[in-house]
Write a protein that binds this ligand. Structure first.
Ligand code: HEC
Length: 157
C-alpha cells in the first residue's frame, strides 16, 4: 500500500471508531436535591463566599453541574463525567446538610488544604473556566473562611 492509501484507510477507521464511541454516553445526571440541605443553607455563608464556591467548585461538587458542550463528545465526555462523579462523591454541596459534624469539619479542613496547595479548583478545569481562575486574594478568602468554619464547629458552636 502506498502512504496515501494508508492515511485514507486510517482516517476512515478512526472516523468510524469516533462515531461508534458516541453511542457510549456517560452519566450526566443532575440529581434532584433538597434546597434546605445545601452547604449554602446550612452554613449561612456571606455572599462573596457563595460566589467563589459557585465560580470554582459547584460544577464538580454539587448536583447543579453545568455540562459543557464537550461533555457530550466521547471520549472527553467520559473524563468530564468521571471528574464530576468523583468530585461529588468526595464532597457534595447539595448534600452537605446530611453530613455528620465530624465529616463537615473534615471537608472544611480539606477545602482549606486544597485551596492552599492549589490542588483545587482542579487545575485542568481552569483554562476552560476562567471564572475559576481565582486571584491569590480570592483563594485566601475562601481558604480562611473554610478554616474558620471548621474551627467554629470544633469549638462546639
Ligand atoms: C473539574 C472538577 C472539579 C472542580 C472544579 C473542583 N473539584 Fe474538588 N475534587 C474533584 C475530584 C475529581 C476530586 C476527587 C479526587 C481528587 O482528590 O483529586 C476532588 C476532591 C476534592 C476535595 C477532597 C475531598 C476530601 O474528602 O478530602 C476537596 C476538599 C475539594 N475537591 C474541594 C474543592 C473546592 C473547594 C473546589 C473549588 C475551589 C473544587 N474542589 C473544585 C473535582 C473538582
Amino acid at each position: 500500500m502506498d502512504i496515501k492509501k494508508i492515511v485514507k484507510v486510517t482516517s476512515a477507521v478512526g472516523g468510524i471508531i469516533f462515531i461508534v464511541i458516541q453511542s457510549i454516553q456517560p452519566n450526566r445526571e443532575n440529581p434532584l436535591f433538597d434546597p434546605t440541605m445545601t452547604m449554602q443553607a446550612d452554613l449561612k455563608m456571606p455572599a462573596n463566599i457563595g460566589q467563589l464556591l459557585e465560580r470554582g467548585c459547584k460544577d464538580c461538587h454539587s448536583d447543579q453541574t453545568t455540562w459543557p458542550f464537550y461533555s457530550y463528545i466521547a471520549p472527553v465526555s467520559w473524563l468530564v463525567s468521571h471528574d464530576v462523579m468523583e468530585g461529588r462523591k468526595n464532597f457534595n454541596m447539595s448534600e452537605w446538610g446530611k453530613y455528620k459534624p465530624g465529616k463537615k469539619i473534615q471537608k472544611l479542613t480539606g477545602i482549606y488544604e486544597a485551596l492552599s496547595d492549589r490542588s483545587m479548583p482542579l487545575p485542568k478545569y481552569i483554562p476552560l473556566h476562567p471564572a475559576a481562575n481565582f486571584s491569590d486574594a480570592e483563594r485566601d478568602t475562601l481558604a480562611r473562611w473554610a478554616q474558620s468554619q471548621a474551627e467554629k464547629m470544633l469549638g462546639g458552636e
